[in-house]
Write a protein that binds this ligand. Structure first.
Ligand code: ZN
Length: 395
């Protein structure tokens, strides 16, 4: 008897919770449907703005109206992280599909162009999400071309920025039904540019080239980031292709000596060999010299510093990737320590380091970091790299 009552109570509680949940769920994330508002042709322009402002609870000045041609208008409303953009028929005041402004036969080309530009602007882990069919897009037609905003972006809950790409008039003029105004745009607005005001660090890889240098280069490229490789002369022999690829991708190479000897504990002849042999091999492959040196084991003294004509690059973040052969642990060590202006020490001779990089770089992107070469970091932080000087960071 007692048990029966208990069961009934449990049942009642469960039913109650279910009803409450069913009642609440439809109101979470509910989007206001504004289509109906423009179905009434009697609404005039002023009323529109007022109506839109009321519906979205926004100030009139956050609404932009672009005249596309005599027939259509594009209205864009910005509200915090939300952008609502739609096309209306100027005469009927009815909302119409943005895509009616594209030539029918061009839809495929437009989509190809969007895909291409998304991968130019965003790292792979974001770009792949943006081009999924489930992503809703808002088209903003303005004088420079079209801005495409992507909604529903949930790759990383921390990445809460508005994601968008710009298609310029020269890129789209063949695909659209109206005349685009600024036909003289030559640069691609989607190409990422480095920003002096953003947090920036340098990642360095020692002891290669090695078989893991290639996957590391791939991860750097996918994330639109660069690094400095301090290479060992004996490892460079016969590795012309990978060395050229490192440089072609915008990375840089510094000397890590010829055979990884501690420079502070060898005689003059051996020291010269460590420096010159590296230079000969490097010059033979690249027809270039490097002015950066990372002494093996970080061993340096006053004598070496004044004798060798290099900028000596040490580091400020050491996740000890040679010790912890665990990608997650290495990534945590970097991410918990790294700050603006740091130089991170890694080695491109461990599989786990290569795997850790796949965690580190997207997370740094989400945290709004730029990852660049040592020389670029110095430049962005207003340092001039001097010879016979030691650098551990650029803060
Ligand atoms: Zn080393």
């Amino acid at each position: 008897m007692k048990k029966l009552i208990k069961d009934e109570i449990i049942l009642a509680v469960i039913s109650f919770i279910t009803i409450v949940v069913l009642l609440i769920v439809p109101f979470i994330n509910q989007k206001i449907n504004i289509t109906n508002y423009f179905d009434d042709p009697k609404n005039n322009e002023e009323q529109y703005l007022e109506n839109i402002a009321n519906i979205y609870d926004v100030e009139i000045n956050t609404i932009h109206i672009y005249n596309i041609n005599n027939k259509y208008q594009n209205i864009k409303i910005s509200k915090e992280n939300e952008i609502i953009s739609f096309v209306i028929n100027k005469n009927t005041k009815n909302r119409v599909e943005s895509k009616i402004l594209f030539k029918n036969e061009s839809i495929e080309d437009i989509n190809k162009l969007i895909n291409q530009e998304v991968f130019i602007k965003y790292p792979k882990f974001i770009a792949e999400e943006l081009i999924k069919d489930t992503t809703t897009t808002q088209y903003e037609f303005n004088n420079d071309g079209i801005i495409i905003y992507f909604d529903d972006f949930i790759t990383n809950p921390l990445y809460k920025k508005t994601t968008y790409i710009t298609l310029t008039c020269p890129q789209i003029k063949e695909y659209i039904k109206y005349t685009c105004v600024n036909e003289n745009i030559t640069s691609n607005p989607n190409t990422p540019i480095l920003d002096k005001n953003k947090k920036t660090i340098a990642i360095t890889f020692d002891d290669g080239p090695h078989k893991y240098t290639k996957p590391i280069l791939e991860t750097l490229q996918e994330n639109h980031m660069n690094a400095t490789f301090f290479q060992v002369g004996t490892n460079m022999l016969g590795k012309d292709n990978i060395i050229k690829q490192i440089l072609e991708q915008g990375n840089e190479i510094g000397s890590h000596s010829y055979s990884h000897k501690s420079l502070t504990s060898i005689k003059k002849d051996a020291l010269e060999k460590e420096i010159n042999y590296f230079n000969n091999i490097y010059y033979g492959i690249t027809s270039n010299n490097t002015s950066l040196l990372r002494p093996p084991y970080g061993n340096i003294n006053n004598d070496i510093q004044s004798k060798l004509n290099y900028s000596f690059i040490l580091w400020s973040v050491d996740p000890e990737d040679w010790k912890y052969k665990d990608a997650q642990k290495i990534a945590e060590n970097v991410l918990s320590e790294v700050e603006d202006g740091d130089i991170v020490l890694l080695h491109d001779i461990h599989l786990t380091t290569s795997e850790a990089l796949k965690i580190i770089l997207p997370e740094l992107y989400v945290r709004d970091y730029q990852v660049v070469t040592v020389s670029k970091l110095a430049e962005l932080k207003n340092y001039s790299l001097e010879k016979n000087k030691i650098y551990r960071n650029f803060k």
